[in-house]
Design a protein around this ligand. Sequence first.
Ligand code: RET
Length: 275
Amino acid sequence: SSVAPIPTVVPGPDVNYETASNVGNRTLWVVCVLMGLSSLAFYGMAFRVPTQKRVFHILTAFITTFAFLSYFAMATGDGINYNKIVETVSHKHGLPDTEQITHREVYWARYVDWSITTPLLLLDLALLAGLNGASILVAIVADIIMILTGLFAAYGKNDGQKWGWYTWACIAYLVIIYQVAVGGRATVANKDGKTKAFFGAIAGFTFVLWTVYPIIWGLSEGAHVVNVDTEIIAYAVLDILAKPVFGFWLLFTHDSMASTSPSLEGFWTEGWGNQ
Ligand code: RET
């Protein structure tokens, strides 16, 4: 009587979907609107300064414009699809192994956004520090590698593939930090005290924020510890801080100091604004 009944039908795979609810969707809309409004504000601020002082305004307005477009895509259900993770589940009583298939939403529009906007954010920092062209190039290429390997990680079919790509992305991230922190600190030393202090503060803020992204990724897309709504909310908070808050801080500070404007002269030799 205690013998388990022998099933006559071998069970099919157990299929799960992990998707956002209305909470996630509403969050995407809120960020979309905030990115749109910040873009308008940044373009407006650009018009108020002479052309040769507009580089930071233009870069920063582009950053929030790309974010606006990517959030518009995600809020309307575009730029999203599913990855597929297949795991084998073993059972007791000699029952055959079954498959567990998890489909989780991947918001790939984020990676399109990040592949363009994170290089532009780095350019903001690099121009502020007067970084040389070679270091800027290395930082930007490493950044593109970081985001594209992150995109491949998001579609990893198994843990080896997923965390393998994640590892390459983290190494690329270390290259970026090295270029901006070490190179940036060396060149900003040629600038006035105010610019030096401001670069230290805004680069530190950026470093802390950017480091939270791979942590959120690990908990959400990586290990599926948090659900899709939590992932959306976490990235929403980070994106607002990394783009509009970063942008307003940079532009208001820049507009109040004469010394931060980069000049194109000597860019490939001494670094932008160091001649
Ligand atoms: C991924 C996953 C793979 C490992 C690493 C990552 C880093 C992402 C970063 C993103 C920054 C985004 C910003 C967006 C602005 O709105 C791709 C998450 C290291 C640093 C600043």
